[in-house]
Design a protein around this ligand. Structure first.
Ligand SMILES: Nc1ncnc2c1ncn2[C@@H]1O[C@H](COP(=O)(O)OP(=O)(O)OP(=O)(O)O)[C@@H](O)[C@H]1O
Length: 382
């Protein structure tokens, strides 16, 4: 069935004050236009999308944050004659694709905005009679197999039967910039996705631990950013890589072996914080999930974050691996993260799980951590 347009709906955006809503709507409109070739208008909490290629648009709108649901629709005028003709044609098309016949239990749902010579119920009954007249289907308002929606908006009426789920959240770019510490693992791409869903524009920072990790891990990072960029129309993720192997090597030779992971993570936060300040981002995000691995205990979290100027947000902190993996599968990052990249060879046999804050402070001071990180920071290319 060839639709005339797609009607999309937003959720949280509608709860904002007029001024903020206008700004968020503009951002959403730009993000949609960056994703698909279409004319887009927003009016009274509905987004009217006229794409050049409907199949492409239906696929891509699944990945535009801010959209809660959308419906390919046909359009007519809000008079009984026009609605009768349009509903009749719509019913024929539903019949052609096997969704409507004499055995189908159906309902008409009518919503109205504006002044009309009919109530919503009267229009629903009228349209229902058109369908019954053509196909002798039975009306079932409680458990319909098919619902035909009529949205009467002033002089225009839209007819549709599908509500496709969008990703929800807030339009990308409405909540400022964050630096995401993105590894090649399962968790950090999910953390990044969740912050994008809350409207954040992302700069992804990968700490390249070669020779302790392989070039495959770097490739996985790049593939993960490409996958996440399918959700980033309007504000694509920028990739940044810091050469981190020399710093790690220094930690291994100058600090207690047990502390390698603490110093590694603490250094990553500091570099990400420095980058955030340089590019005017407001926060750093990571994929920590409390207790998931030995290094992600509360004492370790405190010891690795105690001396930072930028907030570290960990959106997965309360989720378990199954919950995280489910999201990763849904957003298409799981398969990439699962590729074997050889892991990190710098991890000691017995990593610290209960870091002593004072000792960590002392070791950071002894190895002159900040100075060493300055050298690493210089390796980031823009
Ligand atoms: N090489 C890296 N580059 C950038 N960030 C990293 C890197 N390694 C770890 N991180 C960050 O630190 C967090 C916790 O580190 P951990 O060593 O548990 O990660 P991982 O298991 O390699 O990957 P993930 O947590 O993404 O599954 C990661 O979620 C990520 O945000």
């Amino acid at each position: 069935m060839k639709p005339d347009l797609i009607i999309a709906r937003y959720g949280e955006v509608g709860l904002k004050s007029n001024r903020v809503r206008k700004r968020f709507e503009n951002r959403l409109k730009n993000n949609i236009k960056a994703s698909i070739d279409a004319d887009v208008n927003i009016n009274q909490a509905r987004i009217y999308i006229f794409p050049k290629d409907f199949d492409d648009a239906i696929e891509k709108l699944k990945r535009v944050f801010g959209i809660v649901s959308y419906s390919p629709a046909v359009f007519t005028k809000s008079t009984f004659d026009d609605v009768e003709r349009a509903v009749s044609e719509y019913a024929d098309k539903l019949h052609e694709i096997g969704l409507l016949d004499e055995n189908t239990k159906f309902a008409i749902s009518c919503r109205r905005v504006g002044k009309h010579e009919f109530s919503s119920q009267e229009m629903a009954a009228f349209a229902g009679a058109v369908v019954v007249g053509k196909y002798s289907s039975s009306v079932d308002l409680t458990n319909p197999e098919l619902t035909i929606y009529l949205e009467v908006r002033e002089e225009d009426t839209y007819i549709f039967h599908e509500k496709i789920e969008g990703p929800g959240g807030l339009p990308l770019g409405t909540q400022g910039k964050v630096v995401s510490l993105l590894s090649s693992g399962i968790d950090s791409p999910v953390a990044t996705y969740l912050m994008m869903k809350r409207g954040c524009q992302v700069i992804a920072l990968y700490c390249d631990n070669q020779p302790y990790t392989s070039s495959d891990a770097l490739k996985n990072f790049e593939n993960l950013v490409d996958q996440l960029n399918l959700y980033a129309s309007g504000a694509p993720i920028k990739k940044r890589v810091v050469k981190y192997g020399d710093y790690l090597s220094m930690c291994k030779s100058e600090a207690p072996d047990k502390m390698t992971c603490i110093l590694c993570k603490s250094g990553m936060y500091k570099l990400a914080g420095k980058l955030a300040q340089k590019i005017h981002a407001d926060a750093v995000i990571d994929g920590s999930s409390l207790g998931q691995v030995a290094s992600q205990t509360l004492p370790n979290i405190l010891a690795t974050r105690e001396d930072l100027d930028v907030p570290i947000l960990s959106p997965l902190i309360g989720l378990d691996k199954v919950e995280i993996s489910k999201i990763a599968e849904k957003i298409g990052t799981y398969e990439i993260s699962k590729r074997d990249d050889g892991g990190c060879k710098a991890v000691p046999k017995y990593p610290e799980t209960n870091a002593d804050l004072e000792l960590v402070k002392k070791v950071k001071n002894d190895i002159d951590q900040d100075e060493k990180l300055k050298e690493a920071f210089e390796t980031i290319e823009y």
